[in-house]
Design a protein around this ligand. Structure first.
Ligand SMILES: Cc1cc2nc3c(=O)[nH]c(=O)nc-3n(C[C@H](O)[C@H](O)[C@H](O)COP(=O)(O)OP(=O)(O)OC[C@H]3O[C@@H](n4cnc5c(N)ncnc54)[C@H](O)[C@@H]3O)c2cc1C
Length: 402
């Protein structure tokens, strides 16, 4: 689909495409084979840091300072989220795991941008504007007893003078073992339910923060997904995202902050599935064009129908993601569109990978073929940032409230 894109977006897609071919795909395959993440000291990450990639989508430090003076909190560059969605798709076409392993704020960026004060945005995001060393951030909501139902989080935050003390356990937090800081969602009082939710930034080296386990995943192995403990973890009072006022304005603000983060990240994760599906589609298309067995003319018709269905599913999924991102860029509510994209795209992408495997037959499941890896990678997209069932709940709530 031809979109009208500004020069910034075109350049960003071009950059990720060239990185994808040369680095993301080979490094992703290597990580998958070795069943370990790309090490943080890998020279590729240094290259990414020096390219300025880490500050993509953050706006300049000057922008933040100017906005701070004017009181404006909006994103200064139009089209940021559409650009993010397109980058997510293109990068995942080459390797979704390697894309997520890239240094930068990652899932930690949206809550800081959406909930943080301008001072906090400047304090936590400026490290991504330097080009000397690769730096990561992470996001931690999920707990052993709170996955889909984020309202059930039990990690506790207690104020003690100029500090907050955090206690609890988080799991499946992507890139957290190498993160400069992690946005941790916690509750100040379980009895308050969602109104008790707060978001904190826990910085690297904080005493009491301990990585417990790095998961062995079925796919997307190029980045680490880890559990960690917070054991009497003392953090500065100023690390409460948004400050106390943010939460006192309206009861459920902490929870709403988390939800607005999801509204920004769901279209991105959905677009990652599209990238994987596109890679599978290209493999199937090439096979039909170049290697389809001459004696199988009868089966060819079915393969062509499958290719047409794959193409349609990819296009529809992409349109949903772009709609959700475009609404966000315009500052309009996008919960319905974001959940629709996240609910629709991953199962469609799973089907696309399945069709591609059908078309290739035995070659589709060969261990040394890329398709087998894509099939393992794509499943995670269905779970991350809320499963289909959870998206359906959000969608129905939005429909009914109308
Ligand atoms: C690779 C990977 C990376 C991740 N990265 C992060 C990260 O960086 N930070 C982070 O905080 N989390 C992260 N997660 C966690 C992810 O967001 C959770 O796994 C997800 O929210 C689902 O939670 P759960 O695994 O506890 O499943 P559960 O919530 O236990 O759900 C299990 C099943 O029950 C269904 N279900 C649950 N509740 C309902 C309901 N009310 N109605 C109908 N069906 C329901 C679900 O749809 C699902 O099918 C990551 C997960 C993965 C796999």
């Amino acid at each position: 689909m031809e979109l009208f894109l500004d020069d910034h977006t075109k350049k960003a897609i071009e950059l990720i495409r060239s990185l994808g071919k040369e680095y993301l795909r080979p490094l992703g395959i290597e990580a998958d084979t070795l069943a370990r993440a790309i090490p943080p000291d890998h020279p590729f990450f240094q290259l990414i840091a020096s390219s300025g990639y880490m500050s993509r989508g953050l706006g300049s430090a000057q922008d933040t300072a100017t906005k701070s003076k004017s009181g404006d909190t909006k994103n200064s560059r139009p089209g940021t989220w559409v650009c993010n969605v397109l980058i997510a798709e293109e990068g995942s076409y080459w390797d979704r795991g390697a894309l997520v392993s890239l240094p930068g704020p990652g899932l930690g960026g949206p809550p800081v941008l959406q909930m943080g004060t301008l001072e906090q945005q400047s304090r936590f995001l400026s490290v991504f504007r330097q080009r000397e060393r690769p730096v990561w951030a992470a996001f931690a909501m999920t707990e052993p007893e709170a996955g889909s139902d984020v309202a059930r989080i039990r990690t506790n935050a207690r104020r003690d003078g100029d500090e907050w003390i955090l206690n609890g356990q988080k799991m499946y937090s992507s890139n957290s073992p190498r993160a400069e800081w992690v946005v941790v969602f916690a509750t100040i009082d379980i009895e308050l339910g969602r109104a008790g939710h707060r978001a904190f930034v826990v910085e690297r080296g904080t005493k009491g923060f301990e990585i417990l386990r790095i998961e062995h995943k079925m796919g997307i192995r190029a980045y680490e997904t880890a559990s960690f403990a917070l054991d009497n973890c003392r953090i500065p009072y100023e690390n409460l995202l948004g400050g106390e006022n943010y939460y006192s304005e309206k009861g459920k603000k902490g929870f709403e902050g988390a939800m607005s983060t999801f509204n920004a990240t769901r279209p991105i994760v959905a677009a990652m599935g599209i990238g994987i599906a596109r890679a599978a589609y290209d493999i199937a298309l090439k096979f039909v064009e170049e290697d389809y067995p001459k004696h199988a003319a009868g089966r060819l018709r079915k393969a062509l129908e499958q290719l047409a269905a794959m193409q349609r599913k990819i296009m529809l999924s992409r349109l949903l993601c772009l709609k959700a991102a475009s609404l966000l860029d315009q500052g309009k509510p996008n919960a319905l569109a974001a959940s629709s994209a996240k609910q629709y795209a991953p199962p469609m992408c799973l089907e696309v990978v399945e069709h591609a495997t059908d078309i290739l037959g035995e070659a589709g499941i060969a261990k040394d073929g890329l398709l087998e890896k894509l099939a393992r990678d794509v499943k995670a997209i269905d779970i991350v940032e809320g499963t289909q069932q959870i998206q359906r709940r959000v969608i129905s709530k939005n429909i009914i409230s109308r």
